[in-house]
Design a protein around this ligand. Structure first.
Ligand SMILES: NC(=O)c1ccc[n+]([C@@H]2O[C@H](COP(=O)([O-])OP(=O)(O)OC[C@H]3O[C@@H](n4cnc5c(N)ncnc54)[C@H](OP(=O)(O)O)[C@@H]3O)[C@@H](O)[C@H]2O)c1
Length: 261
């Protein structure tokens, strides 16, 4: 399809996997709308993508943990652009004893990972349905496949994303909108993530992924209409085979090392 007048939306686009998605799409001559928190040098990234790839890369800075912001963002997107790709990448987690977590920590994870993803998808769907061909990619996590102590809310939020995406895929399968979900394992996205993975020991390091490679693979598979994109098939198989009574304590003790280190 002619994508000159149409746009891809990427949330959490300033760094890590989101930035890799934006660069990959721009490299395919697809206009990309960059969304991130304020103060993340989005303007520079936008200019760099526009100059390097000769595409359009408008940007919008907002905190997605506030519902009102999400609705303002989607209103602006629907008013201004034809959208044929939506990548719900923004998401965050952390490692804490649940009793010590602040209400803001719990609320932000749920708002960004669960509510913003659902609302953005809901609000942009009429726009996507109007395009000849459209794609939604939701970023879940390998953590979706097991509850994990000391992470609690994060894996639960990613299980939601996995289930939500598969349900929506089925609901929209006879339309022009193709829905996919990816469940990556740990990636070298930022210093914080790398430090945390170091503390998990060998299990964490063994499965570490490169975000550029993950993004490239995901986009390729999305266009090939792969509804559940597996970037670490071996870890996925292990997670599927292991019964809960083995994987739950195993994962929890690996994560506990982060707190103890
Ligand atoms: N890194 C990993 O090991 C790993 C593994 C599995 C799954 N994932 C998932 O992959 C996605 C990207 O992760 P990442 O590691 O690249 O990101 P990251 O470096 O951990 O940064 C957090 C992401 O969420 C966005 N974000 C956080 N709070 C936000 C808020 N209040 N409003 C708007 N955006 C907010 C950030 O966007 P900006 O900074 O651009 O504002 C950024 O994209 C997430 O959904 C994550 O759960 C990551």
């Amino acid at each position: 399809m002619d994508t000159k007048e149409s746009y891809a939306v990427v949330t959490g686009a300033s760094q890590g996997l989101g930035k890799a998605f934006a660069e990959n799409l721009a490299g395919k001559n697809i206009n990309v709308i960059l969304i991130s928190l304020p103060g993340q040098q989005l303007k520079e990234l936008s200019r760099q993508l526009e100059e390097t790839y000769r595409i359009r890369a408008p940007y919008y800075e907002t905190d997605l943990s506030v519902n009102e912001n999400v609705l303002k963002l989607t209103e602006w997107l629907n008013k201004s652009f034809r959208i044929h790709i939506l990548i719900n990448n923004a998401g965050l987690g952390g490692t804490q004893k649940f009793v010590e977590a602040s209400p803001a920590y719990i609320n932000t994870i749920l708002q960004v990972n669960v509510t913003a993803t659902s609302l953005i998808t809901h609000q942009l769907l009429p726009n996507l349905l109007k395009q000849p061909e459209a794609y939604i990619l939701n970023v879940s996590s390998m953590a979706a496949f097991s509850p994990i102590g000391f992470k609690t809310v994060y894996p639960a939020s990613k299980t939601f994303i996995h289930s939500f995406s598969r349900g929506l895929h089925e609901e929209l399968k006879d339309t022009n909108v193709f829905v996919s979900v990816v469940n990556p394992g740990a990636m070298k996205t930022n210093k914080d993530v790398c430090k945390r993975i170091e503390k998990q020991g060998i299990l964490g390091k063994l499965t570490l992924l490169d975000p550029d490679k993950v993004a490239a693979y995901c986009i390729r598979q999305l266009f090939r209409r792969d509804s559940v994109i597996m970037v670490n098939p071996v870890s996925w198989l292990v997670m599927k085979i292991l019964p809960i009574w083995i994987k739950l304590p195993l994962m929890t003790s690996a994560i506990k090392k982060e707190i103890e280190a």
